[in-house]
Design a protein around this ligand. Structure first.
Ligand code: ADP
Ligand code: ZN
Ligand code: MG
Length: 486
């Protein structure tokens, strides 16, 4: 499949994302069951989340506060009154036969997220943020066929979600990727969701259409589901845009449909037509009062917002004189930013701290498949190592080895240095003596140096370093040699 080059430039894509996020409350949205992930099937259930007749929902206040924090951080207007509604459909994992969601009166609207692609900043509109409950899960497990079983696990039924719907403002797969990344970063900073796609706490559906560039009317969209990673989102969109351009350019039309991404075959395929789309028969939830948010409650949520990624990035640039790139990388995760700041403060060496965190430490973490929160080297320990580099008691090269050992053995820099005898030789007397010996043993090179071939100095430094097994401070060696050579 491939659209012609002319067709690709003639058309543009229009993309809008619908993102579902699981909120990090202890208990479910309408009952007090635990939201803990990974417990035995159907152990966290009660009449409310099992959908038993007569059970009544009670709204979880903490879930509303978290949803409100997300909405405020996404620059939304939080409505003083919103309303829950029943979205009716039949599915085995939905015991009540309807999902409690919000419909025409959502919690919040009119927000935006700033993205930057190819050095261009754009604001992507957030249409709405609304609250809803999650459904259960159909589980199919076991093979071979003899002990295969399917069942419904309702632990997830009633877990609080927010849905964040974007305006159709995105134009490329890269922009969609960037938008989702920014969204994830913001929500992690807020600590309202862990945004883990593998565990399903972040789910994303992509709506995409194409139109002749410059035209303002929207084309018919396809909705792509089953996007299990950020990369799949990007790939699925790229595939889908190509596919649609090819059809439209040949004079065909795009049916409105839901499509699934097949990561093995790297393509999307049609799942169901939307022309006979479900009629969800939304109606107001009679068992819940309208959700009224007082000015005080909203203000409380606003006050509790932490410093957000954009602000933190700017502050890192100013306060620590970091290059924009470093600041952007460090603030991508709140925990990474926290770690960096501890190292920077304890070592008083922000630039060195940024370099070591972004290169050496992240490299070691990646190899060990660990997150920054699981780093065996604490921020204080890394700061100690950086101070040793700064004082000149270890070289940068030695410090890399020392850090690797700290990482694998869980030891402090000082411990590794004394165990391995790795301390850099800074003793001026000893270095001067070595310099004298090397100079005395190489009259030919001394002659060259004195005749103006000053590049020979580097060779002398190399000789002294060799004599110390690389453990002398190169700066001090150079000084001593210059003196010796006159
Ligand atoms: P639906 O009723 O099918 O769910 P919505 O109007 O609620 O559609 O929009 C869902 C998502 O699809 C939103 O993110 C919106 O920005 C996006 N969207 C709407 N129309 C289009 C279009 N023609 N092309 C691309 N995305 C679209
Ligand atoms: Zn329950
Ligand atoms: Mg919709």
């Amino acid at each position: 499949m491939s659209a012609s080059v002319e067709a690709r430039t003639k058309y543009e894509a229009v993309i809008g994302l619908e993102v579902h996020l699981q909120l990090l409350t202890q208990s479910k949205i309408f009952c007090s069951c635990s939201t803990h992930f990974g417990d035995p099937p159907n152990s966290n259930v009660c009449p409310v989340c099992l959908g038993l007749p007569g059970a009544l929902p009670v709204l979880n206040r903490e879930a509303v506060t978290m949803a409100m924090k997300a909405a405020l951080a996404l620059n939304c207007v939080v409505n003083a009154q919103s309303r829950f509604a029943r979205k009716n459909y039949f599915y085995p994992d939905l015991p009540k036969g309807y999902q409690i969601s919000q419909f025409d009166e959502p919690l919040a609207e009119f927000g935006w997220v700033e993205i930057e692609v190819d050095r261009t900043k754009r604001r992507i509109g957030v249409t709405r943020v609304h609250m809803e409950e999650d459904a259960g899960k159909s589980v199919h497990e076991g093979f071979p066929d003899s002990d295969r079983k399917s069942y419904i696990d309702l632990n997830r039924s009633g877990v609080p979600l927010i849905e964040i719907v974007s305006e159709p403002d995105l134009r490329t797969p890269e922009e969609a990727y960037e938008y989702l990344t920014r969204l994830k970063t913001i929500l992690q900073y807020l600590e309202v969701s862990n945004c883990n796609m593998e565990e399903g706490s972040l789910r994303c559906d992509a709506n995409v259409s194409v139109r002749v560039a410059g035209v303002s009317a929207l084309g018919t969209k396809a909705e792509v589901k089953n996007l299990n990673s950020f990369r799949f989102l990007q790939k699925a969109l790229a595939y889908e845009i190509e596919r649609q351009i090819e059809i439209v350019d040949k004079g065909g039309s795009i049916p409105q449909e839901t499509r699934l991404w097949d990561s093995r075959e790297q393509r999307t395929y049609g799942m169901r037509s939307k022309e006979f789309a479900h009629d969800y028969r939304y109606f107001p939830e009679p068992d819940l009062m309208p959700l009224v948010i007082s000015a005080e409650w909203k203000e409380e949520a606003r006050q509790s917002l932490p410093e957000l990624p954009d602000n933190r990035r700017q502050r890192f640039i100013h306060e620590y004189a970091l290059p924009e790139y470093d600041a952007a990388q460090l603030t991508l995760s709140k925990y990474l930013a926290d770690y960096f700041e501890q190292v920077a403060k304890a070592s008083h060496e922000p630039k060195l701290a940024a370099n070591w965190v972004l290169s050496e430490l992240l490299h070691l973490l990646k190899e060990a498949n660990r997150e920054i929160l699981e780093s065996p080297v604490s921020a204080a320990q890394l700061a100690e190592l950086l101070s040793m580099i700064q004082e000149g008691s270890v070289s940068g090269k030695m410090a890399k080895e020392i850090l690797a050992e700290m990482f694998s053995a869980g030891k402090s820099a000082a411990e590794v240095v004394s165990e391995k005898g790795l301390a850099q030789i800074t003793d001026a007397g000893r270095i001067a003596m070595l310099a004298r010996q090397v100079v005395a043993a190489n009259p030919k090179q001394v002659e060259q140096y004195r005749n103006g071939k000053t590049a020979t100095l580097g060779w002398f430094v190399g000789q002294v370093m060799k004599a110390t097994g690389g453990q002398a401070n190169p700066q001090a060696v150079q000084e001593a040699l210059k003196k010796e050579l006159g």
